[in-house]
Design a protein around this ligand. Sequence first.
Ligand code: PML
Ligand code: MG
Length: 262
Amino acid sequence: MLYSVRMRAAQGGAHEAGGRHISGAERLVGHELLTSTAAAMIRRALSHSRGAADYINFTVETVLTENLREANCLPIMSVEVPDAARGRSAALAALIQGGVTPAAAAAGIEKLACLTGSMRGAMLIDAQTGERLDSFADRGVRVSRMDVVDEQAYLCWLRRQGYSGAHIREAVVLASKVMAAPGVLAELCWSDDPDYTAGYVATPAGYTRFTRLKPLGSSVGGRVFFVGKNADLEELIYYLEQQPVLVKVPAGGEARSDAVSD
Ligand code: PML
Ligand code: MG
């Protein structure tokens, strides 16, 4: 049995009451890590670069081992770009390469860039037309209940490629769960943390990170999932929110990039 530990924090009251999203975190841990995981999440909510939370929603639930699924960790590639404009053109090309139409890829970038506040979840967008498919407005669909099979192996695998830091560590797990979803072609993400400019495009072939997808100091960021035309939206949303998934790294997996940590 594992515990799903989830945190979402806001400032100015609860998310549901119009509070501004500050931070969220998701883990699947054994009993021995439950207390330290909970403490780390609360610390993070109280000392975040987006501001200190005054509302923290914290959930702990048991997950039965027989309900867990495994997904393969995406290989990581890094692309150094001089500024956000060039990062976004490169991300556009990566999305098109992943099977998203040029119009939908451009619409996804535009929708992220034009957010007025940070969402705690992702937008689901039609990979052909660029239209928004979910009806969760500024909440979005929150990917939940995921972690790695073996944390030490995962951290080692990241370190061998020159990566460290919570942003990439958590993002690769999330993207690996999302790319194993029924009907998702690609994901686009850049951080809503004002001091973090990197972002990525994920496709089932890999996680391509771009060193700059937004200007330093901007708190506008989030995620877009590009959904194929035959996807069952209800099934997809259930998988993203509810299905517990553990991500595993390849045994002795090799680095595929020469890039750096955050
Ligand atoms: C976030 O946590 O706010 C998004 C993180 C994006 C990570 C990009 C990377 O460093 O690969
Ligand atoms: Mg963030």
